[in-house]
Design a binder for this molecule. Structure first.
Ligand SMILES: [Zn+2]
Length: 753
């Protein structure tokens, strides 16, 4: 396995944050960090871990390696002592991560090969004479060939689901979060973890502030074996050895074996202590000590094919690093191929104790792995990339039904044309009336029929929203009227949502997304969006869309899921009711901070960033050709979080810069003069959608300026001004009041009697 030591990687992370070169991405195991997060969320898990280790030390006192030796000859092995029912949840977004059944089976086969020690490449297991230290004159014999264990554990895909229905043990879930695997995603598809070993396969893992995690496991202690997050999560291209995970790719098929080892209670060799001589870094006595010095920059001593020496006493002589071990981390291309006898003993203890419900005969019948159905009906599955569109438009559906041969596919499209279709791939379906509609697919194979109904799956928006013009502002200080006006927030992570906060750019409230540097809310890598109602810009030459935001980057901001290195703020527009979005503006890397760049722009995760004055806010504005001049324009602001501090948004506005026709201006401003004609005075009234610069002047018929009624800034809402003939020395006759709002001039006739 090509794995870097965890502590080494943490050091690289620290360097990257302080502005030095970022190392090439490495895939690795995220189990230890997952445990750290769990302990932060629930400190009692630390006690459970201590008890687990104490219990194991008791077991160790009576442990005898002979008890765990079996006939290692291929083809002559005893029946497995433990059979584990498995369910594999494949999260996908229609990409290559929707791995084939053959790829899943290849991983199950590899797990059985590795746990049953059906490994033909024993040539890579070493034995020989070794000196305990370079100075030593004594040599001793070591033998890793005879340390390798057949763990007598077998994995079988479930044949019955928790409801007793026939299954092939694979569940496929279409989700945009397939690239953001974490504990919250697990909970969206999990089978009773006391009855099934749950494996979740994703496109990439988004576990905290970590780079390039290939997989992570949940240790057995702390939950009584019943947590909805119990199991392992692995990226698709390290799962199995066919399809997207080819043999020889780096890293490789042993990732799942390593994670299952954790799930059955095995530690990394440096888990308990970094003591190079204690022989108990992993709590298991038959694995050799590891050596590393966390405060040193020298290379780790554990390397493939090396002969590193730990300075240990003669009673505990060093042995060559166990590069053969599945549970180790090494620099270099090690041929991991074994569990040790005591690792087997430790896993058996976990199975006999915490995980005993899994392999009971009752459960093996419940899950169908013994006496289960031979074959199942196929599973109907489909989706669309565009579940939201405008009336009159068409939607494509993709069929990804699975589970053996399928003879017929029968579709029903409520509200669509055609309303039914029989066949693998339906034509594009046209939707003419606004509303939400169900889509149903029924599939039939030699072993039966299943039907999948997606309730209210398709949303059809009115073609043109035709909203009143005062919808042009979303100001959070109103009584949340932005919702009534059709603005909405959409959150990938339902646990961390924008909420009203009483600090703002102007007035008294903004919307805030909370910081989550330790990913306690699983926010890192998730996107939160603000979507506008529809606007009509027909005949308008220069509208704008703008907002203010405030954000401080955190010292823990990091590359997650192989995507962006830091937070990103993106602005989009759509002219098809949100079916497709065009990028109009992107703010990323250090420029996204509103309090400076470099260290000035970052705040420690323990500090709550509050934009205390206007200098802590930045304006984002799009205008000109970035705004389509059509009748059905939506805007979307997207914020992708990466572990920084609080994010605020305020003063979201759609405005009109210049170039409005007199008709549109009259419609927007609702300008009146009452009475008109008048003798002494008249009252001018108009309505502002936004806070604006306003200039009101009076001219005579020759264009001569007679005076200024008002000059300054006015808030949104109805404005009233008094025009007195004496102040401006107006004689009887015709005049023009010119109302200049943000550069747009509207002229209105008045008559003085
Ligand atoms: Zn690990």
């Amino acid at each position: 396995m090509k794995r870097l030591n965890m502590k080494k990687l943490l050091l690289i992370g620290a360097l990257a944050i302080s502005g030095h070169v970022v190392m090439a991405q490495q895939h690795r195991c995220g189990t230890d960090e997952h445990l750290e997060t769990l302990i932060k969320q629930n400190p009692s898990i630390k006690d459970a871990k201590a008890k687990f280790e104490a219990d194991y030390r008791q077991f160790q006192a009576t442990y005898k390696p002979e008890d765990y030796k079996t006939n290692q000859q291929l083809g002559k092995k005893a029946a497995p002592k433990y059979i584990i029912p498995v369910v594999v949840h494949v999260f996908h977004n229609n990409g290559s991560e929707n791995i084939s059944e053959a790829q899943v089976l290849s991983e199950i086969n590899f797990l059985n090969r590795s746990f049953r020690n059906n490994v033909n490449d024993t040539v890579n297991r070493r034995a020989g004479w070794f000196k305990a230290s370079p100075e030593s004159t004594d040599s001793f014999y070591y033998d890793y060939k005879n340390l390798a264990a057949d763990t007598e554990i077998e994995f079988r895909l479930a044949k019955k689901d928790p409801q007793g229905n026939c299954t092939n043990g694979i569940v496929r879930i279409h989700t945009p979060l397939a690239s953001k695997g974490n504990d919250d995603l697990k909970k969206t598809s999990v089978w009773d973890t006391k009855r099934y070993f749950n494996i979740w396969v994703v496109r990439s893992i988004n576990r905290g502030n970590s780079i390039g995690i290939a997989g992570y496991a949940q240790f057995p202690f702390g939950f009584g074996g019943g947590a909805s997050t119990d199991g392992i999560m692995v990226i698709h291209n390290e799962f199995g050895n066919t399809g997207t995970s080819q043999p020889g790719q780096t890293p490789n098929v042993t990732t799942s074996t390593h994670e299952v080892g954790h799930w059955l209670g095995l530690y990394h060799p440096f888990q308990i202590s970094t003591d190079s001589c204690g022989l108990d870094g992993d709590g298991v006595m038959d694995t050799p000590p590891t050596y590393f010095n966390p405060s040193s920059t020298e290379p780790l001593r554990n390397r493939c094919n090396n002969k590193s020496f730990n300075t240990c006493s003669t009673e505990k002589p060093d042995r060559p690093d166990l590069q053969e071990a599945y549970m180790d981390y090494f620099i270099g291309n090690c041929a991991s191929n074994m569990f040790t006898l005591e690792q087997k003993g430790r896993m058996h203890k976990v199975l006999d104790d915490i995980r005993k419900t899994l392999w009971s005969e009752e459960n093996l019948r419940f899950t169908g792995v013994i006496d289960g159905p031979a074959t199942c009906p196929p599973v109907a599955a489909f989706n669309t990339q565009t579940p939201v569109t405008c009336a009159g438009q068409k939607i494509s559906f993709l069929n990804f039904s699975y589970g053996g041969t399928i003879s017929t596919h029968e579709w029903t499209f409520e509200g669509g044309t055609p309303a039914t279709f029989t066949g693998l791939n339906p034509p594009q379906i046209q939707y003419d009336a606004p509303g939400t509609y169900d889509v149903t697919l029924k599939v039939t194979g030699p072993n039966g029929t299943t039907t999948t109904l997606l309730n209210d799956y398709v949303t059809i928006q009115p073609k043109s929203a035709n909203l009143p013009k005062d919808n042009y502002t979303a100001d959070w200080w109103y009584q949340n009227n932005w919702k009534e006006k059709g603005w909405r927030f959409v959150h990938e992570n339902p646990k961390n949502q924008f909420a009203r906060f009483p600090i703002s750019y102007e007035n008294n409230a903004s919307m805030r997304l909370l910081r989550d540097p330790f990913n306690a809310l699983s926010s890192v890598g998730t996107v939160s969006s603000l979507i506008s109602p529809s606007f009509d810009f027909t005949g308008i030459t220069n509208p704008y869309f703008e907002f203010y935001y405030a954000f401080a980057q955190g010292t823990l901001s990091a590359n997650v899921g192989g995507g962006n290195t830091q937070e990103q703020l993106r602005v989009y527009s759509s002219i098809d009711c949100g079916k497709t979005w065009q990028t109009r503006s992107t703010v990323g890397s250090s420029a996204i901070s509103t309090i400076g760049t470099g260290t000035a722009g970052t705040l420690a995760s323990t500090i709550d960033f509050i934009p205390s004055d206007k200098s802590k806010w930045k304006l984002v504005r799009i205008n000109g050709n970035a705004i389509p001049k059509t009748d059905n324009v939506l805007f979307k602001v997207e914020f992708e979080y990466a572990g920084g501090n609080n994010f605020y948004i305020d003063n979201v506005r759609v405005g009109l810069t210049t170039g409005l026709s007199q008709e549109l201006l009259a419609e927007y401003l609702k300008f009146t003069a009452q009475p008109n004609p008048f003798n002494n005075a008249t009252q001018l009234s108009y309505e502002l959608a936004n806070k604006e610069e306003v200039l009101v002047k009076v001219y005579d018929v020759t264009g001569k300026e007679m005076g200024t009624v008002f000059s300054g800034t006015q808030n949104a809402g109805i404005q009233k001004l008094e025009l007195d003939r004496n102040t401006m020395n107006l004689r009887s006759g015709l005049y023009f009041v010119e109302l200049n709002v943000g550069g747009n001039k509207l002229s209105h006739k008045i008559v003085v009697e």
